[in-house]
Design a protein around this ligand. Structure first.
Ligand code: SF4
Ligand code: SF4
Ligand code: SF4
Length: 270
């Protein structure tokens, strides 16, 4: 059965109240919620070509309606995000019905192992002053001493325009009060935001949480290699705690170490 028929069946049987996928509008694909009230839209249902953090939409919907039954078209990265959100009590698996679709066909790409992300090219100036999108992390460490690495990252961070695109697209950024808008940490109105604090705050928050979807880096208008940064954070988490965010339903080590949780997730309503 094709996916359109499956979604129609899920809606008609009452298995889901809304199904999150994409629809084509004026030649563009946009996230869309299909319901019994707009069944005719199903003829425009799309699942391919683009990715968006549909699970983030699911989180927002659940915040408004905790018992809403949500269907969602999911690739591997979406499923990793869902797993992570379950373990942080942002979504309940009982209320989520993922319909898995084929993930990336195998293709060779420089930057990324995900063919749905834009391939990144690095200009010569960036290669010299900053960080090549396609750099191998181990070679980056071997070929640059501490000072060089610091200066390259500072060059990258100095381009930030504090648009919050990285945070806004991120499926696992769900805090009620985001530290990046805390005036004690990040001065309001200052551009670029204080570096490297702004980026290190987010990077530390992504340790044990980032599911490596790459959407933040794709969204960043300043072409900062954010995925590179967060992958390194999670490499350390994996080495120290043997934990890979989103790989399963195991809780993040940062939710159980000590008594203090500094990244307070939004509580689920009853
Ligand atoms: S890759 Fe970026 S957008 Fe995706 S989970 Fe990690 S920090 Fe969030
Ligand atoms: S994880 Fe950090 S950056 Fe993301 S929403 Fe929470 S406080 Fe903001
Ligand atoms: S998306 Fe890029 S430019 Fe925008 S706040 Fe994040 S790092 Fe800065």
């Amino acid at each position: 059965m094709n996916i359109t028929k499956q979604v129609e069946q899920l809606l008609k049987q009452g298995d889901v109240d809304i199904f999150l996928a994409y629809r084509e509008l004026d030649g563009h694909l946009i996230p869309h919620g299909y319901t019994l009230d707009n069944l005719e839209d199903l003829e425009n249902l799309k699942v391919s070509q683009h990715r968006y953090s549909l699970e983030k939409v699911a989180t927002h919907l659940t915040e408004k309606k905790p018992n809403l039954k949500i269907g969602i078209v999911a690739r591997d990265c979406n499923q990793r995000a869902l797993n992570l959100l379950y373990t942080w009590n942002q979504l309940s698996p009982e209320n989520i019905t993922p319909l898995m679709v084929n993930c990336c066909p195998s293709q060779t790409r420089n930057h990324s192992d995900c063919t749905y992300l834009e391939p990144k090219k690095t200009g010569t100036f960036k290669q010299k002053k900053g960080i090549d999108f396609n750099e191998n992390p181990r070679e980056f460490m071997d070929n640059n001493d501490n000072g060089q690495r610091f200066s390259r990252w500072m060059y990258e961070f100095s381009k930030c325009i504090k648009c919050y695109g990285c945070r806004n697209i991120c499926p696992v950024c769900f805090c009620t009060d985001c530290s990046l808008e805390n005036p004690d940490l990040v001065e309001p109105g200052a551009l670029p935001p204080e570096i490297p604090i702004f980026h290190l705050v987010r990077a530390t928050h992504m340790a044990g949480r980032c599911i490596d979807c790459g959407l933040c880096e794709d969204a960043c208008p300043a072409e900062i290699p954010l995925r590179f940064l967060y992958r390194e954070m999670n490499r350390i988490v994996s080495d120290v705690f043997d934990y890979t965010p989103g790989a399963g339903l195991e809780k993040s080590p940062f939710t159980i170490i000590g008594n203090e949780v500094t990244l307070e997730p939004r509580p689920m309503d009853a």
